[in-house]
Design a protein around this ligand. Sequence first.
Ligand code: HEM
Length: 303
Amino acid sequence: MTAQSVILPLPSDHARFIVLRLKNLSLEALKDKLEELFTTRDRLITQHPHAQIKTGVAFGPELWTKLSEAPQGFSQLEPIQGSFTMPVVPADVLIHIASARSDICFALSQAFFEGIQDQVEVLDERVCFRNFDGRDLTGFIDGTENPQFKDDRAETALLGEDAGIFEDGSFVFAQRYAHDLDKWKKLKVDTQEQVMGRTKLESIELDDDVKPDNAHVARTVVEDEDGEELEILRHSLPYGDGRGDQGLFFIAYTKDLTRIDQMLVRMFGTSGDGIHDRLLHFVTALDGAYYFAPSEELLEEVL
Ligand code: HEM
């Protein structure tokens, strides 16, 4: 089977994320609108073959059970109340649109919403961009330790043959963060590097003897019982206006949501070792939810 097109390729320069609840929109009407979105996407791909047009559509656990049975290990994210609060805002549908061109992301959003604007509750429509050489707005390169090659990306993100009809589907975690860049900029660069656990210019990991236990990369590296690192496939991108509403739309694809669960309890300070991620003093999680992005074939079948 085939993963949805946005998952495996490296990110393009522009993305739009649409997070919504159905409100008055019927399931049938949602299916029609998604079909329309794909028709527009395919037409634009033909007209603009170099625009790297890709999409991913994922469903929250509640809506997904109305479309099909649930893959093993799929349930809603749990909120965390630790050193920091991690909210959960469940949604029905997450649409991930990516392209080398922002006008194309816009056109696809327009195609999807046409005629249903009043029937859905839009929790978020985020316009995101690649910032310089793939840097988060903190100035640090985001994605260095992401699996880079297609096989590794597939191995990390996609459900395997043993998942039956869910093969080549992927679980998704999306969470918007707001950055307090004024507070962040008051830190000297070497302190910022201690917060992230990597150098700012070249994204070189700090040596274990100088990397603090509460550095972001120290909190987000999780391992299995054999000491093997449990990776996820991140596609996060910055968003913002010039005045200060700025941050990161965090999104990761994974074959196993317990990896994300583990990272989040380690970040927010409820993993039991009394440590939380120091990065959370500078960024705030505003929402968060789990989704399932079925393979192209299963998506076509449920639609
Ligand atoms: C505002 C929020 C966040 C920012 C600015 C951020 C930024 C970064 C940066 C700069 C790196 C180092 C470079 C790299 O390997 O990509 C990194 C690594 C990483 N982050 Fe985040 N991140 C954020 C939230 C999260 C969340 C919520 C998770 C997981 C649930 C996460 C998981 C990871 C992982 C797994 C790594 C790689 C660790 C390694 O293997 O060394 N991050 N992040």
